[in-house]
Write a protein that binds this ligand. Sequence first.
Ligand code: SF4
Ligand code: FES
Length: 372
Amino acid sequence: MSEAGPGLPIGILAELTHRCTLQCAYCSNPLELLKADKELGTAEWRSIFEQAADLGILQVHLSGGEPILRPDLAELVGVLASRGLYSNLITAGVGLDETLTARLAAAGLDHVQISFQGARPETTEAIGRLRGSHEKKLAAARAVRAAGLPLTVNAPIHRRNIEEVELFIDLALELGAERLEIANVQYYGWALLNRPALMPPREAVERQIGIVEAARAALRGVLAIDFVAPDYYASFPKACMGGWARDAFMITPDGTAMPCHAAASIPGLRFDNAARLPLTEIWNRSPAFEAYRGTGWMNERCRGCERRDIDFGGCRCQAMALTGDPTETDPACSLSPLHAHVLALAESDAASAEATIHPRRIGGARAGELTR
Ligand code: SF4
Ligand code: FES
C-alpha cells in the first residue's frame, strides 16, 4: 500500500447466492458452496449497497450462482439505481423471462450479461447439464433487448467449446448484443478440479486468437469483442482484479468480503463480514485486503520488474494453487522459473484422455459421480 493509504474502490462483485440452475464444470466458485440458509437477507444487502454508494463505489456486478433466483433482486437493483450506482446483472439467463426483465428494467437495471455454455444448443445443454437451456437463454437475450437494455454475451471457453468461437460471434450478432466476451476459463474452484477435462490444446487457442482478431477488425463499430486470454498459455499474467484490493472487491453470499473470488484458497487470510463491519473499515483495514495490497509483499523479481504496475505480479490465488506460495510470481509469467512447468501442465492436461467431469453442485464434488 502507498503511504497515502488505499485509493477508493470503484466496483463490487456481489455474489447474491451460490444457488444455480446449471451445473457448469468450469465454474470459478469454491467447491464448498453456501446453501440458501447462509445467504444474507434483503436488509443486509440493502445496507451494503447504501454503504457502497457512500464509499464512492460506481459499479455493482450482481452475480452468483444465479442472482435471478433471489426474489428480492428487483428491490436490490432499485436501491442501486436510487443511489446512482451502475448495476450489471451477470446471469445464465435460464428463468429470465419477459416479466422479470421488465421488472428489473423498471427498477433501473443498467446492463445484462448472459452466459452461453455453447453456441450450439447441444453444447449448452451438455455443459450446463440442463435440457432446453439454450432456448431459454435465447429467449432471455431477446427479452433483454426488447426491454431496451444493453446486452453482453459471455462465452466461457474451454476444450469442449473452443471450436465454436465463430458461432459465438454469429450468435452475439444475431441477438443484437453490444459486446461479446470470449473468456477463456480461469482455473479456480470447480474449474481447477475439472482442469484435465477442460484445458484446450495450444493449437486450438492459437486458432481462436486468429478468429477473434479478424472478427474484431471486421466488426469494429458493430460488436465489441473482449478477449480473456488463457493464463496457462500466456506470456504475462493478467492483472487479477486490477490488483489486489486496489479498486475492486467481492462479497460472497454470506457477506464475507474478499479481495477476489478465490482468496479463501490462500491459507491464513482473515476475512471480515460486510454484514457486521462497515465497508469503509473493511476496505481500509481488513487484514485480507492488506495482505497483498501494493508492492510491499512482492518478491524481488516482481518488485524490480517494469511490469509490476501493469499486472501487479499477476494472481495471488493462481500462485498459491500452482506453487503453494501466494507471494510467488504468478507462474503464468514467462519470467517465473515455474513458467515452463505450468505450460507443461497445460499441455499434458490438454492431451489427457481424461474426459470425465465433476458437475458443480452444492454439497461438493461426489466421489464416483463423474460424467462424460
Ligand atoms: Fe508481472 Fe512479476 Fe512477471 Fe514482472 S515478474 S511481468 S511484475 S508477474
Ligand atoms: Fe485471487 Fe486472482 S483470483 S488474486
